[in-house]
Design a protein around this ligand. Structure first.
Ligand SMILES: C[S@@+](CC[C@H](N)C(=O)[O-])C[C@H]1O[C@@H](n2cnc3c(N)ncnc32)[C@H](O)[C@@H]1O
Length: 264
């Protein structure tokens, strides 16, 4: 299954009510969305029919997230009660839209993708699904920071290593999609500052010159699940329902076990 077929099926099984895309290019992944969307790319050239209500932003993801109210487009209409909304932790007024499905496919360098994840997580909650593309390079050349191949993953695969090491509270699932694999992250916690606090240390350790030392288990996709197995798992309706119930993060534990069951 290729990454676009995976994304299409993810929209079908998870039924997100909004979508964020970082890295749009010609619009082929954005074309799969049918829900209010925000899509960010400094150099998009969309040539595909788009079927969603989209705010297309010509900017780098860093500049986009530095804006005052980046997800304005996803808010439930203009809210006249802004001051009140700030004291609305359950977001009952819909003033702080939480991302439901995000696809990170922008700049293919580790530190950029890590920042994209951190920024996306700040606008997500534990019921959100965050997908990162190009996480399973097939060889060391493809994983080079200095691009010299047709298919290019860069060294973004390291984001999964960092999340597992620094954020064991997240569930990081490698998915065996063609051509270069994706990772789905569950259990986002917008209040967690571990990555922000350790960002400089992480970059210092993980950003190294080519050639990259890609672990064998990444190259042979040792821990990657079949996309069909993940998409066909039974937890999706419960995850989607939990969005509406606004349950606290403690409700993630039983769902986490169901998702993990697919990965063994
Ligand atoms: C692999 S393409 C995206 C493909 C698209 N998601 C799809 O599946 O059809 C990567 C895109 O990321 C964009 N990009 C590069 N640097 C970026 C940045 N800092 N922020 C956001 N997008 C960026 C590039 O302009 C390029 O169009």
């Amino acid at each position: 299954m290729n990454r676009h077929e995976f994304l299409r099926s993810l929209h079908r099984v998870y039924r997100p009510r909004n979508y964020l895309e970082i890295g749009v290019n010609d619009g082929r992944s954005l074309a799969l969305s049918r829900v209010p969307s925000v899509a960010v790319d400094p150099a998009f050239r969309v040539v595909t029919d788009i079927s969603c209500d989209v705010h297309l932003v010509r900017a780098t993801s860093d500049d986009f997230f530095a804006r005052k109210d980046p997800l304005l487009h996803l808010r439930n209409g203009r809210n006249p009660f802004r001051a009140l909304a700030r004291r609305d932790p359950l977001n009952l007024l819909g003033a702080d839209p939480k991302l439901e499905l995000s696809f990170i496919d922008g700049m293919h360098l580790f530190e950029y993708a890590l920042r994209d994840f951190m920024n996306v997580e700040r606008h997500s909650r534990w019921t959100s699904v965050i997908v990162l593309d190009d996480m399973l390079p097939r060889d060391v050349d493809e994983a080079a920071r200095d691009r010299h191949t047709k298919f290019w993953t860069g060294d973004v695969y390291k984001v999964a290593q960092v999340l597992r090491r620094y954020r064991p509270d997240l569930l990081v699932v490698e998915v065996d999609t063609e051509p270069t694999g994706v990772v789905a992250v569950f259990g986002a916690d917008p209040d967690n500052t571990v990555l922000k606090d350790a960002y400089d240390t992480i970059v210092e350790e993980y950003v190294v010159p080519d050639p990259q030392n890609v672990p064998d288990e990444v190259l042979v996709r040792k821990n990657a699940v079949r996309p069909e197995a993940l998409l066909g798992a039974g937890f999706w309706p419960a995850l989607a329902r939990a969005r509406n119930l606004r349950r606290s993060r403690s409700a993630f534990a039983p769902l986490r076990r169901s998702i993990e069951a697919v990965t063994v």
